[in-house]
Design a protein around this ligand. Structure first.
Ligand code: NAP
Length: 338
């Protein structure tokens, strides 16, 4: 069966996902696109041989749209996801599920009322081969019980519009999701330290930041977020357990030896670093939608990520250790994947 997808939002990532669904993924076809900017929607729709639909509500209601991709601006996500769930259609929502925890809970409640998994959130690190290898090692108990995790998330630079809270909301949110999944544990507390500020950050930006998370079982995670590191896009993760450690592999690159040095390139941005993860993420989503419920990051994971990022922003602003006030996970989402 070909999954016919309607796409809401034809901006930077919406356009890339339309290309992915059209040229890379098998078993999918983009049939409709909508964007606030109709000309942009038309341009992107043309690349897939799809039609333009005036609004998101119209798109969700189209009889030939089997599944919906939400790639619009974050504050619009909740409305679109709720409409897709109300229509009984599977919906892939780019992160965040919603910018507000209450809206995330409304989605969770709507999905439970629908009685089946319809929502998947775009946390693509779970589809990266390196993180999957780490998860296998941790799940097999090869390093014993994990005790500490050391992480870094570095970007070469960010635009002027990037503010201090985005270090949690847009950057660390990926570690927050992937660490909950890797460790099969919940983050319960957070503190944010602010070292000396880099002179390469704009005046109002706290950069770098060190985020210290504690999980329910007592694992300590330190995450360096440094978004003006200048040299490239660099993701590091090392889990230390009772009898060993496991480290996220570096992306495969040729080592060049010349003029007395060995050098290996560093990816320059997240698209390059995670391009294959995005491809796998969409292939698995399409395959699952064709036959049943998507097994990827759930509405509950989207809720958890929003609550934890809110607590991280509060910790940054207050300078205090903040407890993460999350509701109990409903039985509907039991078993991790849900
Ligand atoms: P973007 O370039 O600003 O694109 C968003 C597009 O959605 C714009 O064309 C916008 O139109 C349109 N839009 C906004 N509200 C809409 C609505 N109600 N109906 C239809 N179209 C609407 O943003 P982006 O960088 O692609 O990011 C989109 C989402 O993807 C964000 O939530 C972002 O966090 C997420 N994202 C995830 C990753 C990842 O690593 N997984 C990476 C990048 C982005 P206007 O410009 O006219 O408002």
């Amino acid at each position: 069966m070909t999954v016919r997808v309607g796409v809401i939002g034809a901006g930077m990532i919406g356009r890339d996902h339309v290309r992915r669904l059209t040229d890379v993924v098998t078993g999918a076809e983009v049939v409709a696109v909508t964007d606030l900017d109709a000309a942009r929607a038309g341009e992107v729709a043309a690349t897939a041989g799809a039609r333009v639909v005036p609004t998101a509500a119209d798109l969700i209601g189209q009889s030939d749209v089997d599944a919906v991709l939400v790639a619009s601006w974050g504050p619009t996500h909740a409305e679109h996801v709720l409409a897709a769930v109300a229509a009984g259609k599977p919906v892939f929502c780019e992160k965040p599920l919603a910018t507000d925890a209450e809206d995330c809970l409304r989605i969770v409640e709507a999905e439970i009322a629908a009685g089946r998994r319809l929502v998947q959130v775009g946390f693509m690190r779970r589809y990266d081969s390196g993180y999957r290898e780490l998860k296998k090692i941790l799940d097999a108990g090869e390093i014993g019980a994990p005790l500490m995790v050391h992480c870094a998330h570095r970007n070469a630079s960010v635009p002027e519009s990037y503010h201090s809270g985005m270090a949690a909301q847009d950057t660390a949110v990926h570690e927050i999701d992937v660490l909950r999944w890797l460790l099969d544990d919940e983050i319960v507390g957070v503190q944010v330290l602010t070292p000396r500020r880099t002179r390469h950050a704009h005046a109002a930006l706290r950069d770098p930041q060190i985020m210290l998370f504690e999980t329910a079982s007592g694992i300590r995670i330190d995450l360096e977020v440094f978004v003006n590191c200048r040299y490239g896009y660099d993701i590091q993760c090392e889990a230390v357990g009772e009898k060993g450690l496991a480290r996220l592999p570096e992306p495969a690159r040729a080592a060049v030896r010349t003029a007395g040095v060995t050098r290996t390139g560093v990816p320059q941005d997240w698209r390059e670093r995670f391009v294959t993860a995005f491809d796998v993420e969409f292939q698995e989503w399409v395959d699952a939608v064709a036959v049943g419920e998507p097994p990827g990051p759930s509405a509950w994971d989207g809720y958890a990520a929003t609550v934890i990022t809110d607590a991280t922003v509060e910790a940054l602003e207050s300078g205090r250790i903040v407890s993460v006030g999350m509701k109990d996970r409903p039985a509907f989402y039991a078993g991790g994947a849900r």
